[in-house]
Design a protein. Structure first.
Length: 158
């Protein structure tokens, strides 16, 4: 993560700094959860392969390259949320490499708005509400619950 350190001073100081750099790398890898790291790795590999296929440097920090990749990914069926994850992964790789990448570049923002407007986003799926009969069945299956008759409770139904 931090690369080779140039350490003036004693060998003991160099060893201490090397050990700290190694620990810093471990902490940096734990900044994201395992699932996020796997997803980012996969998204980065796809972006890197696409860049290599066109002879473009993947870590150039070029918003035009990112925009072209966004078009490519959207055209291949990547959802809007998947595209946002891919862009986050690309940005994280640039950040780790110390390369500036402006995902707020006006042309990139406009392109992403156009993709969102064209593809739309998936509507939130809302579960159907459980009706009285389903609720009765759910409550009836609770462990340790004594079933009382409607007459005993003074009610005609649930």
């Amino acid at each position: 993560m931090l690369g080779d350190l140039q350490v003036p001073g004693s060998p003991e100081q160099a060893a201490t700094l090397q050990a700290l750099a190694a620990r810093a790398a471990v902490y940096a890898t734990r900044a994201r959860g395992n699932g996020t790291r796997r997803t980012y790795r996969s998204a980065w590999r796809a972006y890197e392969a696409w860049c290599n296929s066109l002879g473009r440097p993947p870590l150039a920090g070029d918003p035009e390259t990112i925009a072209m990749y966004a078009v490519h990914a959207a055209d291949r069926g990547l959802s809007l949320s998947g595209l946002r994850v891919a862009l986050a992964a690309i940005q994280a790789a640039h950040r780790l490499a110390g390369t500036a990448l402006d995902l707020c570049h006006p042309r990139l923002i406009m392109l992403l708005e156009g993709i969102a407007r064209t593809k739309g986003s998936r509507p939130a799926k809302q579960a159907t509400a459980a009706g009285p009969e389903v609720l009765r069945q759910m409550l009836g299956t609770r462990p340790g619950r004594r079933r009382r008759s409607a007459a005993a409770t003074g009610r005609s139904c649930c």
